[in-house]
Design a protein around this ligand. Structure first.
Ligand code: NAD
Length: 429
């Protein structure tokens, strides 16, 4: 990938020289044009309600002080309390956080959850921190944010490099500060502390419900369909497992930061997961040949699943993609220029904020269970997730077809309209 970081949090540009928030605003502008909304409506929607920038200093295990910069962006709360993950990454920046908070707003509206959108981030490298340091940092972040979050205000969740254990520390810190039990203040918690069954694989499972519907529009059969997956972390490995074990698909290629693997007849996903656990990469899995991350996008396959980072599908590789369906489990994996190419090539794109909405949907189930101090079964979670994702997928395709636009704009039109309706009813616009 050709993302350039000119410094840690000021300029973050894609290969096509756009920063993530500019892309998010361009997509919103396009949706507003299709909905025939004027500039006043666009202005009311295009900036976050609140962007909190924090700085705090903490003593590290080696006795030295370290200063961290962190963010929380609450983008739009017209439809309900805001919701979104917390990223802990060295390359975090406010443009990315604002873009992802906007995406969360459209995501919650697309699957019709009564929630707004938010995102948070701490600039740090969790891989280089001890457990004690991570706990202190998680608690400090919540201490600084405690007056701006809450089960009926803004509900954080895990995201890239943040874990259920980190969520447990965050919930505990909030409860200590407020002197109450408030499990719904944070989702993605361990099961023992009120996490929901099915949360860990929810993003992948939600994506597979969309795949099941999308494939009906093609002449491909799910059984034996050839799948290539970029990224073999939470989303990527779970989607591989479900597609292989439950749908009978063949996973022919996958990749991680160290490179990719390929076998035209498919490889065993469980062996790949084991191999990654022991060697920390999928590269070198027995019976596969090594390929590059670039090769993966141009392979002969039926379904291509970007499940790693932003800007994976760009103008340069979009032209050579042979897959019939692209399943955007990652956030923002396709640049606007690449999007146009995919539309011209008649490739079915399941856009990110529809495709990966399974995660926030089960997080929402976790909030409900927290309010009632009650636990749902795996079957209850899966059934409701299936219903919500299937409806959102069908609504999106219908809207895109009616307006002769691509699926991303179909999803945007539904979401933006719902947010604008809520703002109008509240008398905000
Ligand atoms: P993760 O950290 O568990 O996994 C990411 C994977 O991508 C890792 O295997 C990593 O090696 C790989 N990767 C990173 N850079 C790569 C590169 N340049 N080429 C190939 N592989 C690369 O993260 P995750 O939770 O699986 O999230 C992946 C994407 O899905 C992110 O965009 C995230 O925002 C999105 N997403 C995840 C969830 C969720 O619930 N996990 C929900 C919504 C969206």
């Amino acid at each position: 990938m050709e993302i350039t970081y000119t410094n840690n949090f000021k300029e973050y540009k894609t290969p096509e020289n756009l920063d993530p928030f500019t892309i998010a605003q361009q997509q919103l502008r396009h949706a507003c044009e299709l909905l025939e909304y004027d500039e006043q409506i666009y202005n009311a929607l295009s900036e976050p309600e609140r962007l909190i920038i924090l700085k705090f200093t903490m003593r590290m295990d080696n006795g030295r002080l370290k200063t961290f910069k962190a963010f929380r962006c609450q983008f739009n709360s017209a439809r309900g309390p805001t919701k979104g993950g917390i990223i802990g990454h060295p390359d975090e920046n406010s443009s990315l956080i604002k873009a992802l908070a906007a995406l969360m707003t459209w995501k919650c509206a697309c699957v019709d959850l009564p929630l707004g959108g938010a995102k948070g981030g701490v600039i740090c490298n969790p891989k280089e921190m001890s457990n004690n340091e991570l706990e202190r940092l998680a608690r400090l972040y919540i201490r600084k944010l405690s007056e701006f979050i809450g089960p009926r205000i803004d509900i954080p969740a895990p995201d890239v490099y943040t874990t259920p254990q980190i969520m447990a520390w965050m919930m505990d810190e909030y409860e200590v500060i407020k002197g109450i039990k408030a499990p719904s203040v944070i989702t993605g918690k361990p099961l023992e502390l009120g996490g929901s069954v099915g949360r860990i694989s929810a993003t992948a499972r939600g994506g597979t419900f969309c795949i099941r519907e999308a494939i009906k529009e093609t002449d491909i059969s799910l059984k034996g369909a050839k799948i290539a997956i970029q990224g073999f972390g939470n989303a990527g490995s779970h989607v591989a497992e479900i597609l292989q074990d439950e749908f009978g698909c063949k996973i022919v290629a996958a990749s991680d930061t160290k490179g990719g693997i390929y076998n035209k007849n498919g490889f065993n996903v469980h062996k790949a997961i084991e191999h990654k656990k022991t060697t920390s990469t999928i590269v070198g899995l027995e019976g596969t040949q090594q390929i590059s991350n670039e090769d993966l996008f141009e392979l002969n396959c039926d379904i291509l699943i970007p499940a790693a980072l932003e800007n994976a599908i760009i103008k340069r590789n979009a032209t050579n993609i042979e897959a019939k369906i692209i399943v955007e489990l990652a956030n923002g994996p396709t640049t606007p220029a690449a999007d146009e190419i995919l539309f011209e090539k008649d490739i079915i794109v399941i856009p990110d904020f529809l495709c990966n909405a399974g995660g926030v949907t089960v997080s929402y189930f976790e909030m409900i269970q927290g309010f009632y101090l009650h636990r749902w079964t795996a079957q209850e979670v899966d059934n409701l997730l299936n219903r919500i994702m299937t409806k959102a997928y069908k609504d999106t395709i219908l809207r895109a077809n009616l307006n002769e636009t691509n699926n991303r704009m179909g999803a945007y039109m539904i979401s933006v309209e719902r947010v604008v309706d809520a703002m109008k009813l509240r008398g905000w616009i």
